[in-house]
Design a protein around this ligand. Structure first.
Ligand code: AP5
Length: 217
């Protein structure tokens, strides 16, 4: 199964992807996580991406497309879930070309729809584990011990691009450049809108319902 999960920053893409890969045994490919790993390793790609990420702008398409096409080509036969990519119509077109050359296509697009005010609340409360990438929220999805990862005891941190000013820029970029990707996919793939304003378990139930229908087909 090859899935694209679309949605605004903070819509819950990472949270839902982790649950989907857990249930279906797919590979989770998050462009944001890969970029953060490149930054942590101080690679040329990471250094190039830094300024864009910290100000809430998109990293240029040519850098992202090459990085993600490589990741997709290494995915196992069971498939993958793309999180945060594609984020422009050009990225979607390039992904389609790369997949077509390997005889593949995207099977389903899940579009997490969320109100901008909910995004601000989620982003300012997000905390994540630098060791395993687990994501929590200070109010909505608390770890068992405050500030500590349930999985490995790592100290939870706040992402630098989760401050209100940068979140506002990321939302603006999303509305201008990423929302049109939904229409792009409506011509070629099955696209489902999912109400992502509810709590995480409620959203997961909606996501699993759509995926179950696909698996039955
Ligand atoms: P990226 O890391 O992809 O950030 P994003 O898309 O802005 O999405 P987030 O990771 O912030 O949110 P999410 O939807 O995964 O939500 P989460 O599950 O964490 O990208 C970062 C930057 O990298 C970009 O700005 C750009 O510069 C660059 N970049 C990345 N990809 C790129 C691309 N393709 N092209 C160009 N540049 C690219 O949830 C958020 C919080 O809410 C958490 O605290 C969580 O616990 C909580 N939560 C989740 N779901 C719920 C729920 N249902 N109810 C209550 N709380 C919830």
């Amino acid at each position: 199964m090859r899935i694209v999960l679309l949605g605004a920053p903070g819509a819950g893409k990472g949270t839902q992807c982790k649950r989907v890969v857990g249930k279906y045994g797919l590979l989770h490919l998050s462009s944001g996580d890969i970029l953060r790993q490149e930054r942590a390793a101080n690679t040329e790609l990471g250094k190039e991406a830094q300024g864009y990420m910290d100000s809430g702008r998109l990293v240029p398409d040519e850098i992202i497309v090459e990085m993600m096409a490589k990741a997709v080509s290494k995915a196992p036969g069971t498939g993958f879930v793309l999180d945060g990519f594609p984020r422009t119509v050009n990225q979607a077109e390039e992904l389609d070309k790369a997949m077509a050359s390997a005889g593949n296509k995207i099977d389903i697009v899940l579009n997490l729809k969320i109100n901008d005010e909910v995004v601000q609340q989620r982003m300012t409360g997000r905390r994540s584990c630098p060791k395993c990438g687990a994501v929590y929220h200070v109010d909505n999805l608390k770890p068992k011990t405050e500030g500590i990862c349930d999985n490995d005891g790592g100290e939870l941190v706040q992402r630098p691009d989760d401050c209100p000013e940068v979140v506002a820029n990321r939302l603006k970029t999303y509305h201008e450049l990423t929302e049109p990707v939904v229409d792009y996919y409506k011509d070629s793939s099955t696209v489902y809108d999912i109400d992502a304003n509810g709590d995480a378990d409620k959203v997961t139930a909606l996501v699993f319902e759509k995926l179950a229908a696909l698996v039955e087909v």
